[in-house]
Design a protein around this ligand. Structure first.
Ligand code: SF4
Ligand code: SF4
Length: 113
């Protein structure tokens, strides 16, 4: 999913004019994408003169960090080593399930191609 790097956006509004579904609006003089409306057409990446419309693969390290912060926060609710290990096993199953959902989804997308 595309996202706007607000430090790079100059607020020229080109992407707003070019987005085919009106998914981009100005918020505090910077472009912002409404992910619920975005159809992932890639136009904003192509038209932004500042390269401020970024690709979501760049967010992987940040998302991993957020996940780890979440796990660490939940871990504080457990006191004994046994409880902590049990929690870590359960949360691992959660992420494995997410991985499988993504793998199966990718398989079906491949079939559509
Ligand atoms: S085209 Fe680029 S610089 Fe212009 S408003 Fe959109 S994101 Fe910002
Ligand atoms: S990817 Fe397409 S639909 Fe999504 S915000 Fe960019 S221009 Fe709009």
């Amino acid at each position: 999913m595309p996202w706007i790097d607000k430090n790079m956006c100059t607020g020229c509004e080109i992407c707003i004019d070019e987005c085919p579904v009106g998914a981009i609006a100005m918020v505090d003089d910077k472009a912002e994408i409404n992910m619920g409306l975005c159809i992932r057409c890639g136009t904003c990446h192509k038209v932004c003169p500042e390269n401020a419309a970024r690709h979501d693969s760049e967010l992987i390290p940040e998302e991993v960090e957020n996940n780890i912060e979440w796990v660490k926060d939940l871990l504080t609710h457990y006191t004994t080593e046994k409880e902590k290990r049990g929690f870590l096993k359960r949360i691992k199953r959660h992420f494995l399930k997410e991985m499988k959902v993504n793998e199966k989804t990718l398989e079906q997308i491949e079939e559509m191609m």
